[in-house]
Design a protein. Structure first.
Length: 738
């Protein structure tokens, strides 16, 4: 999220792609409604389903799943044609927009209408409204990401904002509504298999930096791997770990994993039934040697599997029973205080991990960086200090436990919209939104804003991809530097070698001795401090890239979902080539898409999403009598017209069949929110599997109040080409009366 939820109140237009905040971010949605009250902000919702958010919008575009790229190119077509683009912003701060202009020319409103299902005049109407009501904020969430082209979708949306010059502005920006409590923090800390914490890339240099910061021997670290080259390879993802268990099947090739299958699975805080391809996941679970589930509830992976031995449920404490820093969707940090001591024999997650480390023999190394000279540490304060000391890339230097606690204690001393502090909090923004470059820096509430000095939260775009590409400068143009900058225009990221030249300063001999190699590893903080004095962002001042020369599609291109209802368009916009060793698993694209005409046997689009009373895999809520009562059983939203064609009455049980050969049995619920060519399934249920009630497998006394089929038993095969997120928002199915 470039701005903040509060800042949405500054918007004059709000366009929402694939997010349903009225249901999924109901508190944050208050800011959207305030924007309407304050500025008469025009709200546009683009979604395949008429959602509760759409009900509050001024305009609703019912898009076919997986066609947001044509939709946005269609908007750009109209914007460029009418001269509504912000050409000076593009000239000074963007790279590669001419390629986008060329592609946009192809997407006339009529062509967009054919591909997306949104009428041409509607596209022209909403584009006019959005372009003329500036600043406009662009919101997205899972409706853009959960596709094989999810990563292209999430590049396309910022490109639209860059074209309109809506980036780096109050009331503008790209505001991605994050999911779980602290999911931003979890990502920043790298619950990921392809980077180190703080998004430091896998590579010898990063590992050496972390070895030093973790106070462990680099050689010891390398010995934890089969051989050192494995340190720099992507691991498995949550979406496809199961393929690692299934020897030689489903894209498994053991040579991608040190010639071995996965044998054990340790799950801490994921419901498992929330992941696509449940039948395969079951097979993966069944074939494990060891399954350990650390969860405050019964993790329904234990119910899904037929595995009888070596399945352990560890009682994890909840977040009410622990404390520490948590990061909100807008990069602001808060301190969470403990409400009660862990109940019964449950333990907070870190205690469980410490106990593991002790038994596996690396507790000393695990805790080394937190310990003082007497070998003691205080949890979680010393962990927070370690993070602040280490993670320069996203600017966490200023996040000391003392400052974070003071912010949380004084949250009434901050403005809700600008996040600016008053009284003793003056000069700081609520939660010190990162980057928070130094221990005196007040945080950056709004990314890429050049109207503020760097000291006050301003910055340009990061210089991450070199100084030039194909002879074109990657640095920002003259005149576009943050306020009070010593340099007028673009400049590179700051290093030991260029600091004196770029900042036009002289370092003392002592500073020269202490300074780190570059801003990302400079634990002396000399680079950050000197940069603040000079009004310079340590990470440089560059252009935002519309063209990514290292990606399979250099600019976002439309590609039909692997299972598309439009066979004619599949030929025109085919999927990617298959990708071997994609996070250790061979992954199908074109071979799956062209295996057969899927839409012939599976003619209906399948969309999945959320309910307001349930969360994720849903066990937490289905175990609550009152929340379960609001949606006591699994259902499928179906348009009465489609239902009528299939002879299905409201409340009938139906079978939903998927291309993978799997099926679920659920209740039909008449709804006009979906058009007759698609159905909607919530994914919060478990306890039934392909028509069978497996609830006898819950440990005694733990069966939740509501059980049902998991939508993920029928979500289709398909994984994003960069991130491997499952294509749970675009697939096909066949429906019949049960
Ligand atoms: N009550 C509740 N709140 C939650 C959660 C929960 O489970 N329950 N989960 C939290 C988490 S982890 C997350 S990530 C967020 C997710 O928040 P959202 O992303 O808002 O959640 P979804 O309902 O999954 O999807 C949003 C919308 O995307 C639409 N969509 C599907 N396909 C497409 C498409 O191709 N294009 C477009 N434009 N739209 C599409 C769906 O119809 C749906 O209305 O919510 C968080 N908040
Ligand atoms: N079909 C379909 N599938 C989807 C999605 C979709 O839109 N459609 N959305 C996807 C998305 S965005 C997400 S984020 C996932 C969400 O799915 P999950 O990540 O499975 O979400 P939760 O149910 O919140 O799971 C969290 C688990 O952690 C446990 N837990 C809660 N607090 C703690 C704690 O403090 N410690 C520990 N150890 N455990 C705890 C809960 O009891 C629960 O079992 O679902 C994904 N799956
Ligand atoms: Mo999520």
């Amino acid at each position: 999220m470039t701005n903040s939820l509060g800042d949405i109140q500054n918007a004059k237009a709000i366009i929402i792609f694939g997010a349903n905040p009225a249901v999924n971010h109901p508190v944050g949605f208050g800011h959207f409604l305030k924007a309407k009250e304050r500025n008469n902000a025009q709200m546009i919702v683009v979604d395949p389903v008429y959602t509760k958010t759409a009900a509050k919008a001024d305009y609703f575009c019912q898009i076919r799943p997986g066609t947001d790229i044509p939709f946005m190119y269609g908007m750009l077509n109209i914007i460029f044609k009418n001269g509504w683009a912000n050409e000076s912003f593009i000239k000074d701060r963007v790279y590669g927009m001419e390629l986008i202009k060329e592609e946009a020319k192809k997407w006339t409103p009529e062509k967009v209408a054919d591909v997306t299902g949104v009428p041409a005049d509607k596209l022209i109407q909403i584009t006019t409204v959005y372009a003329k009501n500036s600043p406009g904020t662009l919101i997205w969430a899972m409706g853009l990401t959960q596709h094989t082209i999810g990563s292209s979708n999430t590049r396309m949306a910022p490109i639209l904002q860059l074209a309109l010059g809506n980036m780096g502005k109050a009331g503008g920006g790209t505001n991605i509504l994050r999911g779980h409590d602290n999911v931003q923090g979890a990502t920043d800390m790298c619950c990921l298999s392809h980077t180190l914490p703080g998004y430091y890339g896998l590579g010898d240099g990063s590992w050496k930096y972390f070895a030093q910061q973790w106070k462990v021997d680099y050689g010891w670290l390398t010995r934890q791997f089969q051989s050192p080259e494995w340190m720099n390879k992507n691991g498995f993802t949550l979406a496809r770990w199961w393929a690692g268990v299934l020897d030689g099947k489903n894209g498994n090739d053991k040579s991608h994993n040190g010639k071995t299958s996965l044998k054990a699975l340790f799950v801490m805080g994921n419901g498992i039934t929330s992941v696509a391809q449940q039948a395969k996941i079951k097979e993966g679970l069944d074939n494990l040697e060891l399954l350990v589930l650390a969860d405050p509830f019964v993790n329904e992976a234990a119910v899904l599997t037929d595995k009888q031995d070596d399945v352990f449920l560890l009682p994890a404490a909840t977040q009410f029973e622990t404390s520490g820093s948590v990061t909100a969707t807008n990069r602001s940090v808060q301190w969470r205080t403990q409400v009660v001591e862990p109940l019964f024999e449950s333990k907070p997650d870190q205690e469980i991990l410490f106990e593991f480390a002790k038994r596996l023999g690396f507790y000393d190394e695990y805790t080394a960086a937190m310990k003082d000279s007497s070998g003691k540490f205080t949890w979680p304060e010393d962990a927070t200090r370690e993070i602040a000391r280490t993670l320069k890339t996203i600017g966490l230097t200023g996040w000391t436990p003392e400052r974070i606690k003071k912010h949380t204690k004084n949250w009434h001393m901050f403005d809700q919209v600008s996040l600016r502090g008053y009284g003793e909090m003056k000069g700081e923004y609520y939660g010190l939104p990162w980057p928070c470059w130094t221990e005196n820096h007040g945080g950056s509430p709004l990314l890429y804003n050049t109207n503020l000095s760097v000291k006050d939260g301003g910055m340009g775009f990061r210089n991450r991809f070199g100084l030039e590409h194909d002879g074109v400068s990657q640095l920002a143009g003259k005149g576009s530097a943050p306020k009070n900058s010593k340099v007028d225009g673009g400049y590179p990221e700051i290093t030991r070698d260029n600091i004196e030249e770029v900042l036009n300063i002289k370092l003392t001999a002592d500073e020269k001795k202490r300074i780190g190699k570059n801003w990302k590893v400079d634990t002396s903080n000399i680079i950050a401090e000197k940069c603040m004095e000079a009004g310079i962002a340590p990470y440089g001042n560059a252009r935002a890239r519309a063209r990514v020369w290292t990606f399979p599609d250099e600019i976002p291109m439309h590609r039909e979902p692997l299972h598309s209802p439009r066979q004619d368009l599949v030929k025109k916009y085919p999927a990617y080539a298959d990708k071997a060793n994609h996070y250790r698993v061979d992954t199908q694209y074109i071979s799956k898409q062209s295996e057969q005409n899927w839409s012939k046997d599976f003619p209906i689009n399948l969309v999945t999403g959320r309910l307001v009373n349930m969360n994720g895999a849903g066990m937490e809520n289905r175990a609550s009598k009152y929340l379960a009562a609001l949606s006591p059983e699994m259902f499928c939203d179906i348009n009465p017209e489609l239902a009528g064609q299939l002879g299905i009455r409201d409340g009938d049980m139906i079978w939903i069949h998927a291309p993978e050969g799997t099926k679920i049995k659920v209740k039909a619920k008449y709804s006009f929110a979906v058009s007759p060519d698609r159905v909607f399934l919530p994914f919060h249920f478990a306890g039934h599997f392909q028509g069978e009630d497996i609830s006898h497998k819950y440990p005694q006394g733990t069966k939740p109040y509501a059980i049902g089929e998991s939508a993920n038993t029928v979500t289709n095969y398909g994984y994003d080409i960069i991130t491997q997120i499952p294509e749970t928002k675009g697939g096909l199915c066949r429906i019949e009366r049960a």
